[in-house]
Design a protein around this ligand. Structure first.
Ligand code: SF4
Length: 280
């Protein structure tokens, strides 16, 4: 067994929360630059220049890319040979979130009860998805999620007979319904299969795949391409002001499902598709 002190987790999480909110990952930066070159509408081009300027200022001045610094979502892969010492792993992650959002001057966007709605004041609790994997490492991915786009996400419990066409239509419809509210250009995470909650998790995890990488499953990669084309044909465009680029990517994850169902989740992310990974 390998001992990992939970203070190492807290410190890592704190820095991840700050870093991920100040600078986008290389794949997202590249995708925005490529999209800027492809955009044909004048207004759309101007929006892309503003987005680039915003990214530059955020990096140079070490300030958040967007005022909505999101609810902190984590995917934590824990090696089965790891033994956490010094406290509770979930409390350690939340301690890191609290310190990161406070020291990094990141907006505190979490209410402690969904209906009473009193702000917790430190952006905790985080939403944490754990999985146990072979090995003696801990892989932490932090993906803060803004709610402009989260609010436009959907789950469709399709019938098996709806097939591929039904899935494509559902994803395109979700994006059309989102329109400008999801702060386009968007990245679209799609989960197909599993159960009601599993497909939502697949869709969330799909947003972590680097933009520009296709699914390894050939027919799924074809669907990603076709759906992206159909989304960009809607003309919603950057900031919803019209143009050729409404989405930068469609990433689909699949999982086995029940003979009687075809669950599909669409997790929409805005152009501030933040994700960062550290391995301890
Ligand atoms: S959806 Fe994204 S870009 Fe829009 S306000 Fe939220 S975090 Fe910012």
């Amino acid at each position: 067994m390998r001992d990992i002190h939970v203070s190492e987790i807290s410190d890592t999480v704190k820095n991840m929360c700050i870093d991920v909110n100040y600078e986008l990952s290389e794949d997202m930066k590249r995708a925005l630059t490529d999209a800027q070159e492809k955009e044909e509408s004048e207004l759309g081009k101007q929006i892309f220049s503003k987005l680039q300027e915003n990214l530059k200022i955020a990096k140079e001045d070490q300030i958040p890319i967007c005022q909505d610094t999101g609810m902190a979502v984590f995917f934590v892969e824990v090696g089965q040979e790891v033994h956490f010492v010094g406290g509770d792993i979930t409390a350690a992650i939340n301690e890191g979130v609290k310190n990161g959002y406070t020291e990094g001057y990141l907006r505190k966007s979490v209410v402690g009860d969904p209906l009473i709605r009193k702000n917790t004041g430190d952006n905790t609790p985080a939403v944490i998805h754990y999985s146990i994997v072979p090995g003696d490492k801990v892989k932490i991915t932090c993906a803060p999620k803004g709610f402009g786009s989260e609010n436009m996400s959907r789950v469709f419990m399709l019938k098996p007979a709806d097939g591929e066409e039904g899935v494509k239509n559902a994803v395109v419809q979700a994006v059309k319904d989102a329109g400008p509210n999801a702060c386009p250009p968007m990245v679209i995470g799609v989960g197909i299969g599993g159960t009601f909650e599993k497909c939502a998790l697949l869709a969330k995890a799909a947003l972590l795949r680097p933009v520009g990488e296709s699914s390894e499953i050939e027919y799924v990669a074809d669907m990603e391409k076709e759906i992206l084309t159909r989304i960009n044909e809607t003309g919603i465009g950057p900031a919803g002001l019209g143009g050729k680029i409404t989405a930068l990517a469609v990433n689909i994850n699949t999982y086995p499902t029940h003979i009687a169902g075809l669950p599909v989740a669409v997790n929409i992310c805005c152009h501030v598709n933040r994700h960062i990974t550290r391995i301890l």
